[in-house]
Design a protein around this ligand. Structure first.
Ligand SMILES: NC(=O)c1ccc[n+]([C@@H]2O[C@H](COP(=O)([O-])OP(=O)(O)OC[C@H]3O[C@@H](n4cnc5c(N)ncnc54)[C@H](O)[C@@H]3O)[C@@H](O)[C@H]2O)c1
Length: 371
């Protein structure tokens, strides 16, 4: 198979789909890989590193999209990339289609086979290709929150860990999954008081066993959220309904009970956000203020630490990339129900139920299409 890696073009995005060690595996398995010139330069991987492991460097994204049977990316294709996709071409990347009908329509029109990292599953019911970025974003959420709390960033001027004789900050984490657990770990490490709220008793039980009495676990109800938000210095939004839009758990009305300068980091923003007042921001302009509360809503947080993120992502995606390349997409999808869960759009049909529901379009089970 001919596999193509374009340079990412989203604002401040320096990650890339394949690192040289992944390319080496693909080449050893008999595949050809083309990489766009300078695709890895932002994280210190030059063209020579790809050439050494057998990749061919091409100058433009147009060339990558025109030649490759399968495109491996990181971020959802931007509009000009969507327009370059071809019928029958495999696209393997993050898509986050639920809040993005325009991208969905372009993928549908292209006739491509769009497999989303974020809906591929594993035996434990987890999302193995979302997990590495969630680990990064969860850890970063506390760093970003701590910085936003500084007075020069219009925060309330509170140090997360306090100092002897001065109470630490209260951090409320909504959603105790992968992002939430990593936020809890870093917030605890910085000495904050941590409350984690989840609607899954199993998750709360797990967190309780993991962190013991050093954190407080709370069952998610509107009442509990309202009460804990009111006294929080930092709120991290980390809920997920796989493939669907994030539930709006914090209303604008709830903000009026919070101290001015408190910070809300909405990590769920890539699925539309879990605060009513959230709107996506970029690394260049990460925060804005609503009713005195600092909002940080960067939709590609791991993009700020692209080297760590790219290596972490490749560790998780490589087995699936190899399966798609070695077996061909049809066999790979038919033989792996977890990879099949990643199939969002197949030659103009929406094949993921939650994605189709969120977009209000008709859903076609993938099984019938792949026969
Ligand atoms: N902004 C970014 O750069 C970035 C990076 C990585 C992940 N994310 C996003 O972060 C979000 C969380 O990802 P994750 O990997 O932690 O998911 P996850 O599935 O591991 O965890 C989500 C948790 O939310 C809980 N939840 C669902 N509904 C809830 C509710 N009403 N109240 C309380 N808890 C609820 C679930 O029980 C689960 O424990 C996703 O939207 C993901 O796309 C964003």
């Amino acid at each position: 198979m001919l596999i193509g890696v374009p340079k990412e073009i989203k604002n401040n995005e320096f990650r890339l789909g394949l690192i040289p060690s992944s390319v080496r595996e693909l080449v050893a398995n008999g595949h050809q890989v083309i990489v766009q010139h300078d695709a890895g330069i932002g994280i210190g991987i030059d063209d020579a590193a790809f050439e050494q492991v057998g990749a061919k460097i091409v100058q433009t994204a147009e060339e990558v999209f025109a030649k490759a049977d399968m495109i491996i990316k990181v971020k959802e294709p931007q509009l000009q990339e969507c327009r370059m996709l071809r019928s029958g071409q495999v696209l393997f990347t993050y898509l986050h289609l639920a809040p993005d009908p325009e991208q969905a329509r372009l993928l549908e029109e292209s006739g491509c086979i769009a497999i989303a990292y974020e809906t591929v599953t594993n035996k434990m019911g987890g999302l193995p290709l979302l997990a590495p970025m969630s680990e990064v974003a969860g850890r970063m959420a506390i760093q970003a929150g701590a910085t936003s709390l500084e007075i020069t960033n219009k925060g309330s001027g509170i140090l997360l860990g306090g100092v002897p004789g001065v109470a630490p900050a209260k951090v409320v984490v909504l959603g105790g999954g992968v992002v939430g657990t990593n936020s809890v770990r870093v917030a605890m490490g910085m000495g904050a008081r941590v409350v984690v709220i989840d609607k899954s008793l199993e998750r709360l039980n797990h967190l309780d066993l993991q962190f013991g009495s050093r954190i407080m676990t709370v069952y998610s109800t509107t009442d509990a959220i309202e009460r804990h938000i009111a006294t929080a210095d930092l709120v991290v939004g980390a809920v997920l309904i796989p493939g669907g839009s994030a539930p709006r758990l914090v209303t604008r009305d709830m903000l009026k009970n919070m101290r001015h300068g408190s910070v809300m980091v909405d990590v769920s923003i890539d699925q539309g956000g879990c605060f009513e007042t959230s709107k996506a921001t970029t690394h260049q302009n990460p925060t804005y203020i609503v009713d005195g509360i600092v909002h940080y809503c960067v939709s590609n947080m791991p993009g700020a630490v692209p080297r760590t993120s790219t290596f972490a992502l490749n560790n998780a995606t490589l087995p699936f990339v190899l399966a798609l390349a070695n077996k061909g997409y049809k066999d790979a999808l038919i033989h792996d129900p977890h990879l099949l869960n990643g199939l969002n759009v197949y030659k103009g049909k929406y094949t993921h139920k939650a994605v189709a529901e969120a977009l209000n379009v008709s859903y076609t089970p993938a099984g019938s299409l792949l026969q």
